[in-house]
Design a protein around this ligand. Structure first.
Ligand code: PMP
Ligand code: GLU
Length: 399
């Protein structure tokens, strides 16, 4: 049997976050005491209200196919959520729910990007953006940033990257992996650059909206003149600790929502009917429902930032949202352990896995190869031990 996969598959890399989580799990299964800070997933359980809504849906026999873009109830809850939290007006036919925000993003990219179209990705970007763009035949145009400007792009840098081939600009705020949050003023300044460009759609990934340590979340679509050229992506995985339920959603102009529905109708149809009921309960609830989780993340952020700042070779900034720290570890490049030289962030991530038994993800997968990403969605004690181990391992590196 000839075992050849498609050219598309060969263009695609495995998700680095998932690959590292798998490696950590394998080591754990072999009895190695690995602390896995690789996967971005809240360690909390889904709150009772959403669990009960899922159980109620099963008992009420809400177990049939639903409309492809989602039930009326969940889309209504999303319309209300956008109005309540973001000042955004969408109608029900401008909302599409999908099997995770990952599928929402794939729908949007496959709906809008033709081969050869350019997609601007401010780096660090979330791993899957680049790969989804490649699936569509698009060309990722990476805009580098650094810790010195808080991993945020300047409007002039965005302006300089735009060409007649630019189709999308895709970014997350709060950002996975840097934790950076664009303020209202910074979002408005980027909007000023984007507004005159009628071919460019901005994909604003707001899935970490609720895990924001600043006062306010800024939605790109709420900036003057941006609603018609923006897709707002959000979901329940992060803010409500519902990763396994698999539901994400978009708010978008009708023509884009219709395109995403068409694509989804051929791939997966709607997400699980049970999940849609649980998601509706999450979105109908007051966001303060998850206030305790956010406070726990705030405490853990302090623990990580303080701890890692003491580690030789680590340069850490203060992330303002999400649950990641993204230290610049380039000062470790060229140092060695047992004769093996750390050449780059991949080497640092593997060194930490092997010597500290702490799993992180190399920044290379996020387009910022000076850094590594550590998730702090883990118990305080676990994080303290991880920092201790990382510190101990790095002190053994020779100059
Ligand atoms: N966007 C970002 C920035 C993420 O970190 C994630 C995490 N998985 C997703 C989208 C996808 O989320 P999900 O598919 O679990 O809704
Ligand atoms: N988004 C999470 C992360 O960045 C989950 C893993 C994934 O979906 O790739 O780690």
């Amino acid at each position: 049997m000839e075992q050849t996969t498609s050219a598309l598959l060969q263009r695609l890399s495995e998700s680095a976050t998932i690959a590292m989580a798998r490696k950590a799990r394998e080591l754990k299964d072999q009895g190695v005491d690995v602390i896995s800070l690789s996967l971005g997933e809240p360690d909390f359980d889904t709150p009772d209200a959403m669990k009960q809504a899922g159980i109620d849906a099963i008992e009420a026999n809400e177990t049939h196919y639903t409309p492809v873009p989602g039930t009326a109830r969940v889309r209504k809850a999303i319309v209300e959520k956008f109005k309540r939290d973001n000042g955004l007006e969408y109608t029900m036919d401008q909302v599409v729910v999908s099997t995770g925000a990952k599928q929402s993003l794939a729908n949007v990219v496959l709906s809008l990007v033709d081969p050869g179209d350019e997609v601007i990705l401010p780096a660090p970007y979330w791993v899957s953006y680049e790969e989804i763009v490649k699936v569509a035949g698009g060309i990722p145009v990476v805009l580098p940033t650094s810790i010195d400007n808080d991993y945020k792009i300047q409007p002039s840098e965005l302006e300089a990257a735009i060409t007649p081939k630019t189709r999308l600009v895709m970014y997350s705020s709060p950002c996975n992996p840097s934790g950076s949050v664009y303020t209202q003023e910074e979002t408005a300044a980027l909007a000023d650059v984007l507004r005159p460009h009628d071919r460019i759609v901005t994909v604003s990934d707001e899935i970490y909206e609720l895990i924001n340590f600043t006062d306010k979340h800024a939605s790109m679509a709420a900036q003057p003149g941006m609603w018609e050229r923006t897709v707002t992506v959000n979901g329940i995985s992060k803010g409500f600790a519902m990763t396994g339920w698999r539901l994400g959603y978009i708010g978008a102009p009708t023509w884009i929502a219709a395109a995403c529905t068409k694509i989804q109708g051929q791939f997966t149809s709607a997400p699980s009917s049970i999940t849609q009921a649980a998601a509706a309960a999450a979105l109908e609830a007051d966001p303060s429902l998850v206030g305790d989780m956010v406070e726990a993340f705030r405490r853990r952020r302090a623990l990580m930032v303080e701890g890692l700042s003491q580690v030789p070779g680590f340069k850490v900034n203060q992330p303002m949202g999400a649950f990641y720290v993204f230290p610049d570890v380039s000062a470790l490049f060229g140092k060695s352990f047992n004769g093996k030289v750390l050449e780059n962030a991949n080497d640092v991530a593997f060194f930490l896995l092997e010597e500290a038994q702490v799993a992180s993800v190399s920044g290379a997968a996020f387009g910022t190869p000076e850094c590594i990403r550590l998730s702090y969605a883990a118990a305080d004690d676990v994080l303290k031990e991880a920092v201790r181990r990382i510190d101990e391992a790095c002190r053994q590196l020779s100059a």
